[in-house]
Design a protein around this ligand. Sequence first.
Ligand code: NAD
Length: 356
Amino acid sequence: MQAFQFENAATRIRFGSGSLVHLREEVARLGITRAIVLTTPQQISLADRADELLGEVAVTRFTEATMHTPVTVTQAALAQAREAGVDGIVSLGGGSTIGLGKAIALRTGLPQITVPTTYAGSEMTPILGETDAGRKVTQRQPVIQPRAVIYDVDLTLSLPIAASVTSGINAIAHAVEALYAIDANPVTSLLAEEGIRSFAQALPRLHTDPQDRSAREQALYGAWLCGTCLGQVGMALHHKLCHTLGGTFDLPHAETHSIVLPHAIAYNAVAGDAMGRIARALGTDQPPALGMFALCRQLGAPAALRDLGMPEAGIAQAADLATANPYPNPRPIERDPLMALLRRAWAGSPPLPEET
Ligand code: NAD
């Protein structure tokens, strides 16, 4: 076994159907007496429920959380938080809302409690990506990590099925890359394999019936595991490619992940132990890249970057950008095989491990 480092994240988890009722208790446990409640315009009813549960502790609310955490939005929320004299943050929603809470925590050091309603996994990481003047900058710091998370399965029932699928595949991508990360460790690998397995079983059931509560439970459990992996170890080719494609061609985050993932797995087929674990977790006899591609097709996820609006001429540009700065990856990042990968992902063709 290789030498490794492992750090326990100091995040308290409360998981289960109806667990939002524990919000006030969890807020008190963190010593919060004056909270700002955060969400998006689409989830105001959730802020209403939080206000009811928190009573006089909810002193102000900000419901304009926005994708990619623009600094201008953070500044507006921060001004409101300071004016109200808050001593804690309650974020209810997906990665965008949780990102806003993290951005406030970074600037104030205030404790945060999060109530995730998608599978993105941000609640389990000390990572924050912020956008300023069209540029996204990502940083990792302990103060960014939420102190408590309430996973209430009931709140995910309303997540539309298309968003459930792409958000779930986005989560699987965190676990896949954790398995071949340069700083992988045995505990994170256990979590990653179980996280992939949870989604591989839950997503087809949700695709058949989005109201299947036990499938929702299994998916949210997977979100916790995969988010933990993202928080523990570094990511590789897949995340670099998605970041480059999203930033350069303004492609949607989770959809881009669900197109690129099977191809990134194919590219990294040399990572034998990780591939065995991915195949086992997917329950497939095929090479894991093809198993992942088949799962994405079964779930009706988008297959082709061209369908998201990426121009064909962008393939070479993306390959140049993704090879510009070296980063850890099981297989060396080389322009020609990367071009082949991007061509297939652009056209929506299945991954071909032997060709990439
Ligand atoms: P999101 O938070 O942007 O949510 C998308 C939309 O769905 C919003 O309108 C939201 O209100 C709505 N929504 C969320 N949950 C719902 C529910 N249960 N029912 C109905 N509507 C619901 O989407 P996301 O995919 O969770 O987050 C994406 C963002 O998170 C990206 O900016 C990404 O970079 C970031 N992210 C960060 C990390 C990290 O560790 N820092 C990890 C993953 C994702």
